[in-house]
Design a protein around this ligand. Structure first.
Ligand code: FNR
Length: 391
């Protein structure tokens, strides 16, 4: 694997025109390069989101409930019942028309890996951390296991190490509906993530070059998942989404997206580091930050009228970033690079501790803002320079 500290010096080049480079090597290179390029000071846009403080919060920390209901059929539900008071079965909450899930925490471990023995070890660790902290977790793209069943254990360890957790199976937008169903079975997944990564594929020397079938495939995946009542979230992988993207996805039946914006793990620079020539350094800033994506979406009138559930990820480095994203409209917030960095450098127990600390600190920041629930965060907070934020 790539042990180089700087991406430019990385020894893991992907020789173009050599299909022999295994998926396994690529997965290991992604882990190594994501770690080598980890930069907690990168401009993720979150620091521009400053809350108006609340000198009289009028709440007790004990009253603050940061749980969230996700994948509600009707994302516009204005039900004011706090999530902990509302049953996980949506039928008890008259505003909902089908099942929603209750997540004790608004955090989730976002899609990362699978497909190599190193990836299997990391997935096992992430899954145990998810089980201990009660956060949801997504697998890395299951494409490798769908092509070669021998690799399925490198993913299914996420379920075996986390038998009762909320697990999302991740596939690419080029996956057929039947393969997507196999992916769900492989992990006994509670939800499906379908990733969009055009920038990554095009910069990747051996990546896909034809994206014509993506919307059609997504539509078919959504239909198949609906039949087995597995919710689908379509996610970017670090370049963000515009309101227009969300509208196009909504038109084919998608009810939830994860905007996964720029400012954290950057697959343009990761794939660029694997190229031997024809670099794309100038594309490093491609896309919208997570904050820009959330603002574009909240300003969109067509989405106000008929909303899509929004998850946020990309460049989330602190519990304050999580609270900012929730206040900007996210149902829950995903983290990949930051948690991977802790795991790789400090180990499983340190990551468990970090997530527990974040869970507590998210509630502390909510108390500081005078918010007892995530719904309060959305409805009652204001931002400095709120003009730019559309509030
Ligand atoms: C990822 N990400 C990712 N996403 C996805 O949908 N399928 C995948 O297989 C992967 N693989 C992957 C590998 C590694 C090593 C990392 C760090 C990330 C992208 C991830 O889910 C997320 O969208 C981005 O990383 C942005 O979030 P962070 O890293 O800035 O928190």
């Amino acid at each position: 694997t790539c042990a180089a500290k700087s991406a430019e010096n990385c020894a893991v080049k992907a020789p173009e025109n050599q299909p022999s480079q295994t998926i396994q090597n690529r997965k290991d290179a992604h882990l190594a390069l994501a770690d080598a390029q980890y930069n907690p000071r990168a401009n993720s846009g979150f620091d521009s989101v400053r809350f108006m403080p609340n000198a009289l919060p009028q709440v007790a920390l004990d009253e603050v409930d940061s749980s969230v209901r996700v994948f509600a059929e009707d994302a516009s539900c204005a039900c004011s019942t706090s999530a902990s008071a509302c049953s996980t079965s949506a039928s008890d909450c008259s505003t909902y028309i089908s099942a929603a899930f209750l997540w004790r925490s608004p955090l989730y471990i976002n899609a990362m890996t699978g497909g190599s023995s190193n990836a299997q070890k990391i997935n096992a660790q992430l899954a145990r951390v998810a089980a201990k902290t009660g956060v949801a977790i997504a697998s890395g793209s299951l494409s490798a296991a769908l092509q070669n069943n021998a690799l399925s254990a490198t993913f299914s360890v996420i379920r075996s190490e986390n038998p009762h957790g909320f697990v999302m199976a991740n596939v690419s937008a080029g996956t057929s509906a039947s393969d997507a169903m196999r992916a769900v079975e492989m992990l006994q997944a509670n939800a499906m993530q379908v990733h969009l990564n055009a920038a990554q594929e095009l910069v990747m020397p051996e990546g896909d070059r034809d994206f014509r079938n993506w919307l059609k495939n997504i539509e078919q995946i959504v239909r198949s998942c609906e039949r087995v009542r597995v919710p689908v979230v379509v996610k970017e992988t670090g370049c963000g989404m515009t309101a227009r993207d969300v509208l196009r996805l909504r038109d084919v039946g998608v009810r939830a997206v994860d905007v996964s914006g720029r400012g954290g793990t950057n697959f343009v620079t990761i794939e660029n580091a694997r190229r031997s020539h024809g670099g794309y350094d100038y594309l490093a800033d491609w896309g919208l930050t997570t904050v820009e994506s959330l603002i574009d979406i909240r300003k969109c009138e067509a989405l106000k009228a008929n909303p899509v559930e929004i998850f946020a990820s990309g460049g989330v480095r602190t519990p304050l970033d999580v609270v900012r994203a929730l206040a900007l409209g996210a149902s829950a917030v995903g983290v990949a690079g930051e948690f991977l960095h802790t795991l790789m450098h400090e180990g499983e127990d340190a990551l468990t501790q970090q997530i527990s600390d974040w869970q507590e600190q998210i509630r502390v920041i909510m108390a500081l803002l005078g918010c007892k629930s995530v719904a309060d965060l959305r409805d009652k907070t204001e931002f400095v320079h709120s003009d730019c934020l559309g509030k």
